[in-house]
Ligand binder design. Structure first.
Ligand code: FAD
Length: 241
């Protein structure tokens, strides 16, 4: 909890607070009391990922980068064991062209293996699905259950309604990252987990107004660990081609 506060440079909405069982049940009366020891309250932040991406692109442009959106890397020109150029395609017109570079950085997240295209699989993709729905819903989930059930802050609630999101799953994912969706099984799993800790919520699939899913590009472990135990650290690999 202190680490969360420290990562926010102690300028978070509020500092974390440990709660006795009694105070926790006062704050969250619908939480299952059986086996409950207490809890902690902490604040997390929300980020508009599309805006963050745009802000990065604009900043790179201001620092002299040539930014090309809707441009796909389709392959590499390799000579004498080194990448000399990247084959790019304009997704709007279909035109292909070559861009020469002395250094090429492949930062395509879950697509990194696909873009490299050498058949080696450095990544283990895991799917994270969340679902949104149900008024007056749970706000906290204890350890051992899928991570979070969070209520939107007041200003967002005013525009989207009194909804919560519940998540997340963590299951291995095969296939191309852009095809990922939350399946009916994911929804049932999340509803069961939420109902286990908030028994009188009795959430049903009909309470769900939206779902979303994404793929985590984890580094494939060598020792056959389960997906939940795989490191979240990043890795930089360098190779001539
Ligand atoms: C449900 C879920 C919850 C998560 N929660 C957290 C969290 O709380 N905290 C946290 O730190 N991380 C979290 N993550 C992980 C985090 O989202 C990713 O680690 C991060 O987005 C990876 O960033 P990236 O820039 O490497 O890849 P991405 O953000 O995936 O960017 C890769 C880009 O490459 C582009 N691309 C792909 N192929 C090509 C090609 N051929 N040519 C050109 N461009 C291409 C894609 O369009 C994309 O824009 C979560 C992930 C999921 C799924």
């Amino acid at each position: 909890m202190w680490l969360y506060d420290a990562l926010a440079s102690f300028r978070n909405v509020e500092r974390h607070r440990w709660l006795s069982k009694r105070s926790l049940l006062r704050a969250e009366p619908r939480l299952r009391a059986e086996g409950l020891l207490g809890g902690a309250r902490y604040f997390d932040a929300q980020c508009d990922d599309a805006r963050l991406t745009l802000a990065n692109a604009r900043d790179a442009h201001r620092h002299g980068a040539l930014v090309a959106t809707y441009t796909e890397a389709r392959g590499f020109d390799v000579a004498a064991g080194r990448i000399r150029a990247v084959r790019l395609a304009d997704r709007m017109t279909g035109d292909e062209f070559l861009v020469r570079a002395s250094v090429v950085v492949n930062a395509s997240g879950p697509w990194s293996d696909e873009v490299r295209g050498d058949g080696e699989r450095l990544l283990l993709l895991t799917k994270g699905a969340q679902r949104r729905g149900a008024a007056d819903p749970p706000r906290a989930v204890p350890r051992g259950h899928p991570a979070v059930a969070a209520r939107w802050p007041g200003d967002v609630r005013a525009s989207v309604g009194d909804l919560s999101y519940v998540g997340t799953t963590e299951t291995p994912f095969e296939g191309s990252p852009e095809t990922v969706t939350a399946t009916a099984d994911d929804v049932v799993y999340l509803l069961r987990s939420a109902n286990a800790v908030f028994p009188d919520a009795r959430l049903q699939p009909d309470d769900v107004v939206a779902t979303w899913a994404g793929v985590r590009p984890l580094v494939r472990p060598r020792n056959g660990r389960s997906v939940g135990a795989v490191s979240r650290e990043h890795v930089v690999t360098e190779r001539p081609a």
